[in-house]
Design a protein around this ligand. Structure first.
Ligand code: SF4
Length: 320
């Protein structure tokens, strides 16, 4: 394993059982056979429509959802069945909806300080108070905010509190689960810029989840694209933007707004037919075949193999 690799995921699956009748079970196949790796200090952007399994994948990596099958290797250790407390400190999450993820009965100081207490990171009460205040300043709030409650803050400020909470344990790896999608567009870039600054200051590694390719474009070194629980393409950010291989990635890219109206006018938008199928009953073969404009008979029968088609550029499609 190369020494700069921090996280590796191999053949990860996450199914959720659903009771459909007396003694009858069906499964939502939320994540199906996903492979990826993330190097230290880099950002892997993960995109796909809502319901494609990207949030479940992020949570399964942190073992907030126990994986159904597959392996999670963190810093060279297979943590799939390990006790997670020592890793909780190293691996953190920033949630999509800051207002729902902050306990309304706790002050900001209690929210940020809770993780410091769990992991015994402060020597005494005044050290703890100092750490909380430093964290609030670091995320662009001020130290007096520690006595206030979450509802007294705007959405952007609440997300800053969520980020301070994640940083409180000095993590190495953070799953940023759509951290800006609930925020006003004007605030989004401030939060993304702050996350980027923190990454370079602290050497953080991110899995950055978004439903929109334009959000991950600037922050990501590499991009993974998911469709209905499968990873369909993964490659360096520029490569995926300039030479998208998978038909689904091409569809997503065709919907990304282009600032130059002349280029935008010439570009053909690919509109997918039909709705995304249910992960309870996914299509056979390639899960994208019911909507793919290039599908051939083989696509309905055979699951396409995950292959490296160019250096560090992977995709799963029979016609590539
Ligand atoms: Fe389309 Fe077939 Fe490729 Fe799937 S395997 S993306 S259905 S061409």
């Amino acid at each position: 394993m190369p020494s700069n690799e921090l996280l590796r995921v191999e053949h990860l699956k996450k199914y959720f059982p659903i009771k459909t009748g007396l003694l009858k079970h069906k499964y939502v196949q939320a994540v199906e056979d996903v492979n990826l790796f993330i190097n230290r200090g880099e950002t892997l952007g993960l995109v796909g429509e809502s319901g494609c399994g990207k949030t479940t994948l992020g949570r399964a990596i942190l073992r907030l959802h126990e994986p159904t099958a597959g392996k999670i290797i963190y810093d060279g250790v297979d943590i799939t069945h390990e006790k997670m407390l020592p890793y909780r400190r190293k691996m953190q999450i920033i949630f999509q909806d800051p207002s729902a993820s902050l306990d309304p009965r706790m002050t900001v100081g209690e929210i940020v300080g809770e993780a410091i207490d769990i992991h015994r990171l402060a020597d005494n009460k005044s050290d703890r108070t100092k750490r909380v205040q430093q964290l609030l300043i670091q995320v662009g709030l001020n130290s007096e905010h520690s006595n206030r409650y979450p509802h007294e803050f705007s959405g952007g400020q609440q997300q800053r509190i969520g980020i301070a909470r994640a940083l409180a344990v000095e993590p190495e790896f953070i799953v940023c689960d759509e951290p800006v999608s609930a925020l006003d567009v004007s605030i989004q870039s401030q939060i993304v810029n702050m996350l980027e600054d923190m990454q370079s200051e602290m050497g953080l590694t991110y899995l950055f989840i978004a439903h929109d390719l334009s959000v991950v474009k600037h922050i990501s070194n590499r991009i993974g694209v998911m469709y209905l629980g499968n990873m369909v393409e993964l490659g360096k950010s520029n490569e995926v933007y300039r030479h998208a291989l998978h038909p689904y990635t091409q569809t997503l890219l065709s919907a990304v707004p282009i600032p130059d109206p002349r280029v935008s006018r010439d570009r053909k938008r690919i509109v997918l037919q039909g709705d995304i199928p249910s992960p309870m009953n996914p299509p056979s073969g390639c899960r994208f075949h019911t909507r793919c404009p290039y599908a051939i008979p083989r696509c309905t029968e055979e699951v396409p193999e995950w292959r490296e088609l160019a250096p560090e550029h992977y995709a799963a499609c029979h016609i590539l």
